[in-house]
Each structure stands twice: as C-alpha cells, then as structure tokens.
Design a protein around this ligand. Structure first.
Ligand code: ADP
Ligand code: MG
Length: 418
C-alpha cells in the first residue's frame, strides 16, 4: 500500500486544497457523497454500507479539528421532484454521529429560513447535515437561486464528493460561483490516483473492462486503445464484440447499440499498438438465476437456449497473468453476473489477480467496488475509487464540472485569497 500511496499522491492536481483554507471560526459548506444504500432493519431505516461516509471522514475531521462550523450536504438516491421520507438523510446523520462521536444535527430541509437560522447558530466543531439535496428540484438543474440559497449557509465551500463531480448541479457547481471553493481530501486523492493511471502509468498498462454495456465504457476503450498496452474485455459487454465477429451469442445479454461500436473498436485495435483481448471460454446458464443449469463452454459460440453469464477459467488464467505482469492495472466492471454464485468465479479470479498484482492497482465502478468488498479484497488494491461514472469520465479525458469549478491553487497563491 505504501508504494501505491506514493504513486496515488503523484498525479497532477491544480486545485486549491482544503488543507490551505482558513476555516477556524468560519462556517464551511462541504459537499460530500453520502449516497449510500439504505434498508429497513431493526425497526427503522439504516445505512447498509457506510464506505462512502467513512471515505469523507478525513475531510470532516480536518475541518472539525481546525475549528470550522460544518454544514454538510449530499444527495441520496433519486427522489422524484420533492421530499420523500424514505430518502431522508436521517439514517446517514445517525451513522455519521456514530462514526465521528459528534452530535450531528439533521436540518429540516436543504435550504430556507429555518435552515439559515440553524446554520447561523452553529459553533466551532458543530455539524449540521442538510436534507437530501435532490429534495430540491433545482439541484439537478443547477438552479442559480438554489445555489445562492446554499451559499447563504456558509462562508467557504469544500467539495469532497468525487462520485458526483461529473455532474454540474447546484451543490457541486452552482454554489462555487458564490463562495471561495476548495477541494476536499478525498476528491483530491481520487483525481490524483486516476490521473496518474491515465496520464503517467508505469508500463505496461493493463485495463480490464467488464460490466453490462459497451456504450457505458466506449469512451474509456477508445481512450486506452491509444494509451494502454492491453485491454482485457469481460462481462456481458463481450457479447457485443462476439456478435460483431459473427459468433453465436444464444440468449446472452447483447446490447444491440454496442455491436456497431464493438466492430469499430475491433478495427481500430488492428491498427493500434494496444492488444484488445476477448474471452476464449465461458460459463453458461439457462437463465439469469443462481439455481439454473450450468455448463462450461470451451469457446465462445453460445448455443441457443443458453446465455453466457461469466468468463471461463482459461480466460481468468490468461487475464490473471496479464494483470500480474502489468506495471499499472485499471479495472472497471465485473467479468460476469457475480451476484449469482455459479457465475462469480470470473470476477473473483480477476479481483484476486488485481489484489495480488505487484503493479499500481486502481479499481473504479459501483459494481466492481461492491464485488471487491464482497470478496474481502477492498484493502488490497492501491486505490478503490468511490466514483463510478465520475471515474470513467475522468479516464476518458473529460473535464469534471465539480472539479473544474474549484479555485486554482496558483490563483489562490497569487492573490492570497482564502
Ligand atoms: P460497474 O458498476 O462496475 O461499472 P456495470 O454496472 O457496468 O459495472 O455492470 C455490472 C452488472 O453487469 C452486474 O449487475 C452484472 O450482473 C452484470 N453482468 C456482467 N456480466 C454479465 C453477463 N455475462 N450477463 C448478464 N449480466 C452480466
Ligand atoms: Mg453499475
């Protein structure tokens, strides 16, 4: 971890850091990514997985230690057009209180007079968690009035929500037009680690892509055809490639829109120095079901009546060898339907290879991260990104609006603005 940590800290980062902000005695509005899974348990709604809350603790604790009064804001799920009690931040406030030992108060809304009164009454070290930002329809529209109302709650803004940084919303972008805006510690580490992989990897760079759809990952495939030594493909996405090559895909999940894209990628791979590798064997099932009949296929022509639900052992061995000899590994997307035990071996094998790899290893993506955690390997990689869409967009080379909007470090140093 130490070597990787060093590398993770090496990537470029031009934005002003919360470490350099003067926050003592001031109110800080911090955008965090507390979009965590909830479930009904023990007579109430509870946080099922607090990974994202724990990931924000370094910034929350730094601000508290330095005497800031803290106003936290996040979105949670997808409420439809207004407040939804099932998506209240209340369980998150409870969990954050347990993790920090602080008395975390929950605001009655996102913005408004009552919230302004509560924010104004905060003392050093106090924590106020705003309600789910998506209870305000202006959040996803980046409504300037909502942004101004948010800014009235604080003197300084910090963005630590890397997972939401690819969206220009009121809490990630709009509010930066009103307050001095800094990067949180998590957001900075995410950008550094992912940028290091993208722009300055130890060679060879091996990119492992799986998951459901080619269209989700096409930008990353194109980017790395011109920058990686190898791209290893797995997951349902490989069936778009097999269809493009004329193989039978049986009842496998094939994204029709992805077939033409896959064909183009195959053509481009011919001319590029990057080796595009597809599975050579598969695990088949009759249906997307853990109790279905299971068969190994030595080859990739899926017969009718079967669907390809995982990559086979020969493929795992080959992918594992490539991962093990890479200088840098970036993995996004499971190799199969890993939620179903008979089809988890491919994803587990790749996860174990990434965990054991001597190179710098970065994993991004909601389901890949969940798979890694499920296999107990989350702390065996150099960087496990908390951002799915955001990590893919950064890898594609796109600018993230929530990062771009923050003050440049050079600008802060030149003007002394804090
Ligand atoms: P990530 O969140 O890591 O980016 P995706 O969301 O793209 O990953 O894809 C994850 C989903 O893809 C999982 O729910 C998994 O069951 C599904 N999946 C992977 N391979 C297959 C397959 N061969 N057939 C059907 N579903 C698959
Ligand atoms: Mg997913």
């Amino acid at each position: 971890m130490s070597e990787g940590g060093g590398l993770a800290a090496r990537g470029e980062f031009a934005k002003a850091s919360v470490r350099d902000a003067e926050v003592g005695g001031r109110r800080v509005l911090a955008r965090v990514d507390f979009n965590v899974p909830l479930a009904d348990a023990d007579g109430g709604r509870r946080v099922v997985d607090d990974t994202r809350i724990r990931a924000a603790l370094p910034t929350v604790e730094l601000l508290g230690d330095r005497g800031a009064a803290l106003v936290l804001v996040s979105h949670l799920g997808r409420p439809k057009g207004g407040p939804d009690p099932a998506l209240s931040m209340a369980p998150v406030a409870a969990r954050l209180g347990e993790l920090t030992g602080a008395d975390v108060r929950l605001a009655p809304a996102v913005v408004g007079e009552e919230v302004e009164r509560e924010a104004a009454a905060l003392a050093e070290g106090d924590v106020l968690l705003l309600e789910n930002s998506r209870f305000e329809p202006g959040e996803t529209k980046n409504d300037p009035e909502l942004a101004a109302a948010l800014a009235r709650l604080a003197d300084i803004y910090v963005n630590d929500a890397f997972g939401a940084a690819h969206r220009a919303h009121a809490t990630t972008e709009g509010v930066t037009h009103h307050l001095p805006s800094y990067a949180g510690l998590l957001l900075e580490r995410e950008v550094r680690a992912l940028t290091a992989v993208r722009d300055d990897p130890q060679r060879p760079l091996c990119v492992v892509l799986g998951g459901a759809k080619v269209t989700d990952k096409i930008g990353v495939i194109e980017r790395f055809l011109a920058g990686a030594e190898q791209i290893l493909i797995g997951g349902a996405m490989c069936f778009s490639f097999f269809r493009a090559q004329g193989h039978g895909t049986g009842g496998s999940l094939v994204e029709e829109e992805g077939v033409a894209l896959a064909r183009e990628v195959l053509e481009r791979a011919e001319e590029s120095d990057c080796e595009l590798v597809l599975p050579t064997d598969l695990v088949l099932g009759r249906a997307f079901d853990a109790a279905t009949e299971v068969e190994h296929l030595d080859g990739v022509d899926v017969p009718d009546g079967w669907m390809g639900l995982d990559v086979g052992p020969r493929t795992v061995e080959r992918y594992g060898a490539a991962i093990g000899s890479a200088g840098t590994v970036f993995w996004n997307g499971p190799m199969g339907a890993f939620e179903l035990e008979p089809f988890a071996a491919g994803t587990r094998g790749v996860a174990e290879a990434v965990a054991a790899a001597p190179g710098f290893t970065v994993v991004g993506g909601g389901d890949s991260a969940a798979a890694l955690a499920e296999f107990g390997l989350a702390d065996r990689v150099d960087w496990l990104s908390t951002g799915g869409g955001a990590s893919l967009e950064l890898m594609e080379g796109r600018k993230l609006p929530g990062v771009e909007a923050l003050m440049d470090r050079a600008e802060v140093e030149a003007t002394g603005r804090k």
